[in-house]
Design a protein around this ligand. Structure first.
Ligand code: HEC
Ligand code: HEC
Length: 269
């Protein structure tokens, strides 16, 4: 029986006190990848910001910078946000709020209806500045709010201030004011001057921002026919615009004001 001959592995020929070292080289694939990583790292030093220089770090041939990447990301997010709000702008918050809260009285087209003023004509009762519109929406007109706007057309007939015949003549005169040839010399014109112009301005031309309607234009809250005018003179008018302070927040009220201003501008008024 012969012992199977043990295969002696190759040694490195180094020998220390009878101890030899086997030759066990690193597999070629490891050696190659080691060399490759070194080459890649050299390539990276060249391409990307790496070694400190005298003034600044080596910026790299590609000019890459993580700070620029972050800034670009921020810009991109900003652009997306702008795009989103521009899309929302197609249906501004103001128009949604208006449809929900105001259209029942002022109409979905903002053009008003009998008793409720048109909000896109040139005729602002309370001047069309942003502050004034905000105040009107916030406090209302003829409401119980302590800061309410107040507006009342006296009941000349019912309260016995002027006789019926005179009111009829004045109504005809008022109806003629927006027509081609009002007669400013008539007795009715004189009566108007005495009884009405303090609030409605000379010849009904209005007093800007007082809340009192102009009478010599084509815009009417209650109607420009003689009958409607006579009814106004007889029974008076005191339209109520609700106060929205407790129902809408500041931002919503401002959105509404901007929406009204935008809509009025779009009408060219
Ligand atoms: C219940 C009916 C009603 C509702 C609802 C209503 N309004 Fe009015 N609004 C009126 C009346 C009536 C007037 C006119 C008051 C008067 O006779 O002076 C008015 C007047 C106004 C005016 C003043 C116009 C001018 O020429 O100066 C503005 C502005 C206005 N409304 C905006 C709004 C907005 C915005 C909303 C919704 C948040 C709204 N209104 C909801 C009834 C209403
Ligand atoms: C104390 C101020 C005041 C006096 C005086 C006054 N008015 Fe008025 N008048 C108003 C106000 C305020 C309104 C708006 C009421 C409302 O919107 O509810 C109005 C509304 C009217 C309207 C309705 C306008 C519309 O757009 O439908 C007519 C018409 C009118 N007045 C005519 C007259 C005539 C004519 C006289 C004189 C006989 C007169 N007023 C005197 C304050 C006055």
């Amino acid at each position: 029986m012969t012992e199977p001959k043990e295969k002696t592995p190759e040694t490195t020929d180094h020998e220390w006190d009878g101890i030899t070292e086997f030759r066990n080289p690193v597999p070629r694939i490891f050696k190659l990848s080691y060399i490759l990583t070194i080459l890649i790292s050299v390539l990276m030093w060249v391409l990307l910001p790496s070694w400190p220089g005298v003034r600044d770090i080596w910026p790299g041939v590609l000019g890459y910078s993580s700070r620029t990447t972050v800034l670009e990301g921020v810009e991109e997010a900003k652009a997306l946000r702008q795009q989103a709000s521009a899309q929302a702008g197609a249906r501004p918050l103001g128009s949604i709020l208006f449809a929900d809260n105001c259209a029942a009285c002022h109409g979905y087209d903002l053009a008003g209806q009998t008793g409720f003023p048109n909000l896109i004509d040139a005729a602002w009762l309370w001047s069309g500045t942003r502050e004034e519109i905000i105040a009107t929406i916030r406090y209302g007109i003829n409401t119980d709010h302590p800061d309410t706007r107040y507006s009342e057309m006296p009941a000349f007939g019912r309260d016995g201030m002027l006789p019926r015949a005179e009111l009829e003549a004045i109504s005809d005169y008022v109806a003629s004011l927006s027509g081609p040839a009002p007669d400013h010399e008539s007795a009715a014109a004189v009566a108007f001057d005495e009884n009405c112009s303090a609030c409605h301005g000379a010849r009904g031309s209005g007093i800007a921002g007082s809340g009192v309607p102009v009478l010599d234009d084509a815009h009417w809250i209650y109607g420009g026919g003689t009958d409607a005018i006579l009814e106004t003179l007889h029974a008076g008018r005191q339209g109520v615009m609700p106060a929205w302070e407790s129902r809408l927040n500041d931002r919503q009220i401002e959105e509404l004001a901007d929406y009204l201003i935008g809509a009025a501008d779009a009408q060219g008024s």
